[in-house]
Design a protein around this ligand. Structure first.
Ligand SMILES: [Zn+2]
Ligand SMILES: [Zn+2]
Length: 226
């Protein structure tokens, strides 16, 4: 077996467990967001909110500003909804982006600590090829979107300003988001660890039970021939 195939198989096995824990963290953040939306009396599915997103960004991606194509649109959380970014599904944090930007931004969303900016979306729009190592994939991405460095810096700054202006329409949401970023880290880390432990325990017990019951079943056929 080639090295890449064996590395890939090993990674897939360990990912299965953390995927369960990540899913639980996402469910927690979604349910918490539901409560916050109720207190704000505005949810992201409210037509008033959809109109505000449309008014701010038109039919363009909030990051690269390219026209959105029907089958290439993603619901985008400016601050990612995971245990690192602790983003919420509330007005001011949810907009639409092209699938390319949505995928490229995941690199910053998955970082334990950000170095270029305080928030995930700001960090993604700060990869201007002046502050990262030459091998940075996010810098390379923006270099492909806008090859000219001056135009690139200008467009990235404009996108940051546009998003900031949009978010400032939701000052109470921003307060919730800021509090979540500073206060929820330990809570969510603990939830993540407990979920992983629970999954590992349950799987171990169930595997032992299943293996012995399968062994009995297989044993009934007597010793294997060939
Ligand atoms: Zn885009
Ligand atoms: Zn970079």
């Amino acid at each position: 077996m080639s090295f890449s195939a064996s590395a890939c198989l090993r990674a897939a096995t360990s990912r299965a467990k953390s995927d369960v824990a990540n899913k639980l963290v996402s469910m927690f953040l979604h349910d918490l967001s539901r409560k916050i939306c109720a207190s704000l009396e505005l949810s992201v599915t409210d037509p008033r909110y959809a109109d505000a997103v449309q008014a701010a960004f038109g039919d363009n991606c909030c990051y690269c500003c390219q026209p959105l194509e029907k089958d290439r649109i993603s619901v985008e959380h400016l601050e990612g909804m995971n245990r690192f970014r602790l983003g919420l599904h509330i007005p001011g944090n949810v907009i639409v982006a092209c699938r390319r930007c949505n995928g490229e931004k995941r690199r910053d969303d998955q970082l334990d600590r950000l170095t270029l900016a305080e928030c995930g979306w700001q960090s993604f729009l700060s990869h201007d090829s002046t502050r990262c190592a030459a091998a940075c994939n996010s810098c390379r991405y923006w270099g492909m979107v806008w090859p000219d460095p001056t135009e690139r810096a200008e467009n990235m700054k404009n996108a940051r300003q546009k998003i900031s202006a949009f978010r400032s329409q939701y000052p109470v949401s921003l307060q919730w988001s800021g509090s979540a970023r500073t206060c929820l880290r330990q809570t969510v880390d603990s939830l993540y660890r407990r979920c992983q432990g629970f999954a590992a325990d349950q799987i171990r017990t169930t595997v032992d039970e299943a293996f012995s019951s399968l062994s009995e079943d297989v044993g009934r056929f007597g010793p294997q021939r060939g």
